[in-house]
Design a protein around this ligand. Structure first.
Ligand SMILES: C[S@@+](CC[C@H](N)C(=O)[O-])C[C@H]1O[C@@H](n2cnc3c(N)ncnc32)[C@H](O)[C@@H]1O
Length: 219
């Protein structure tokens, strides 16, 4: 049950973002059930309200989940959801601004099996791709992967009329930074940091899950 789409408002705690999360969380969970290791460490970028990480956590009792966002104003919501769900495997949120390297995790202190980001790219400048890929290159374990979910264009084209309409709504709000990005541009950023697109999965509602891994093994 996904309810009725509310007025578009991309604030992470808005009813629109909540509606989108409730619509996409099960299809994303199905993919993660196929791909996640049985145990390990997972970092979420741009966590927002915490709706995904707290929904996924009970399905992976041997995985430790680290939420993060650049907006510290959402941390109380993430903590509240963690407490309400009694998720012992969801850590306290940390501040990661994908445009500010000084806020990024230290690979000497922590490495991750999986990094994921949901519905970030369409509400950020394309330069955010560089930050995401740099973090992944820095803190992913050798066999780890990065998963990026959201609506994307393919080879310069919309994949559905609904995506074109969504893109126009986004650009009307923020013409310089918001809007659908192209898979090619995300791939280019990945290559610059030694990562390659290994899977491009078509998910419901004209969204993709893009999976990236290291181009070459690293010890
Ligand atoms: C549309 S919301 C999606 C939130 C959540 N992932 C979801 O799907 O419900 C976009 C999120 O990206 C975060 N964000 C935007 N720019 C960011 C940046 N430079 N660094 C880290 N997070 C950022 C926002 O704070 C917000 O939580």
């Amino acid at each position: 049950m996904t309810g009725v789409r509310s007025f578009i408002d991309l604030y992470p705690l808005s009813s629109y973002v909540d509606w989108a999360a409730k619509r996409n969380r099960d299809p994303i969970l199905d993919v993660f059930k196929q791909l996640f290791p049985p145990s390990g460490d997972v970092l979420e970028l741009a966590t927002g309200s915490g709706v995904h990480i707290n929904y996924f956590a009970p399905h992976f009792p041997h995985i430790r989940f680290q939420p993060s966002d650049y907006d510290k104003g959402v941390f109380a919501a993430v903590r509240q959801m963690q407490a309400d769900s009694a998720n012992a495997n969801v850590w306290d949120p940390v501040h990661i601004d994908l445009t500010r390297p000084e806020s990024w995790p230290d690979a000497k202190l922590h490495r991750y099996d999986v990094i994921f980001a949901i519905n970030l790219f369409q509400v950020a400048p394309i330069s955010v791709a560089d930050g995401v890929m740099q973090i992944a290159a820095r803190v992913l374990k050798n066999t780890g992967f990065l998963a990026i979910y959201g609506p994307f264009n393919v080879d310069g084209k919309y994949t559905a009329p609904s995506n074109e309409a969504f893109d126009q709504e986004l650009r009307a709000s923020n013409a310089l930074e918001w809007g659908l990005k192209d898979v090619r541009d995300v791939e280019k950023a990945a290559r610059n940091h030694g990562l390659v697109l290994t899977q491009q999965l078509a998910l419901p509602a004209n969204n993709f899950m893009l999976i990236f891994g290291r181009a070459q093994s690293r010890s």
